[in-house]
Write a protein of this length. Structure first.
Length: 266
């Protein structure tokens, strides 16, 4: 059932056209909060429109946008009481209103997609990588775009940024994770940049911050071959921890799994 639903989402997104903005939709379950979530007073992880149901973003990095091959886009659909609501969907790309940048061949927008409430307003935000995007003359340096959620779904408020030093073939954003590492009520973003992990702390004014501050962290085994990033509170202290997997670590290249514990300092 899940596979069929996701396939329908992607197919519908392609049919809608990759340059389309994500519609609010008017499905039967729109704006009907989950009773469990409402009673608990909790925000559902990945809930872009704050109705108590998690929403879905699926990257199509090889998709054609505005005639540009492999510019890439993201298919977005919203959750509802019965599950994935395939009647309420759309696409998000660099051709969408408010999204920084321009669709270019080979950018691979949507190469990685994660969700989290990075500004702490109760609405989930969509974090999208374009790992092949050129930054100036630096080919395939990569960029990351944050699209902010609202009561109507994804808004036209978005920021885009790249690594502090744009490096050719660094593939910034090739893998990402989201977690509240400093336990301040806002999700933080961990982003691989080819040599280390860059962490962007969540902030109430993040949508007004065109170039957010990043803190570089070198995981165990080094950052040159980061294959996976994941978050979770492994030791139960209330702080999200960051798990890293490096498939290329000196000198033996045997691979290393590392855990970076969260704390009040991040």
């Amino acid at each position: 059932m899940v596979g069929v639903a996701v396939g329908a989402v992607v197919t519908a997104a392609v049919a809608a056209g990759a340059g389309a903005v994500v519609p609010n939709g008017d499905g039967t379950d729109q704006k009907q909060p989950s009773p469990t979530a409402a009673a608990a007073g909790k925000t559902t992880p990945g809930d872009i429109d704050g109705d108590g149901y998690a929403d879905l973003g699926v990257g199509a990095p090889d998709g054609t946008v505005s005639g540009k091959s492999k510019a890439g886009y993201v298919g977005v659909t919203y959750g509802a009481k019965a599950g994935v609501d395939t009647g309420r969907h759309g696409t998000l790309s660099q051709a969408s209103p408010g999204i920084p940048g321009t669709p270019e061949a080979g950018d691979h927008f949507g190469s990685a997609v994660v969700r989290g409430d990075v500004d702490g307003d109760g609405y989930g935000d969509l974090i999208v990588a374009a790992n092949y995007e050129a930054i100036g003359s630096a080919k395939r340096a990569g960029s990351v775009t944050v699209v902010f959620g609202s009561k109507d779904g994804l808004s036209s408020d978005a920021i885009a940024f790249h690594a502090p030093k744009a490096t050719a073939y660094a593939l910034f954003g090739d893998t990402m994770a989201v977690g509240d590492y400093n336990h301040d009520g806002r999700d933080d973003i961990a982003i691989s940049d080819g040599t280390e992990v860059q962490v962007v702390n969540g902030a109430a004014n993040l949508r007004e911050t065109a170039t957010p501050k990043m803190t570089g962290v070198t995981p165990p085994g080094g950052g040159a071959g980061i294959e996976h990033l994941s978050s979770g509170d492994i030791n139960g202290d209330g702080f999200a921890d960051l798990v890293t997997v490096a498939y290329q670590d000196d000198p033996a290249d045997e691979g290393t799994l590392g855990v970076l514990p969260g704390s009040s300092g991040g």
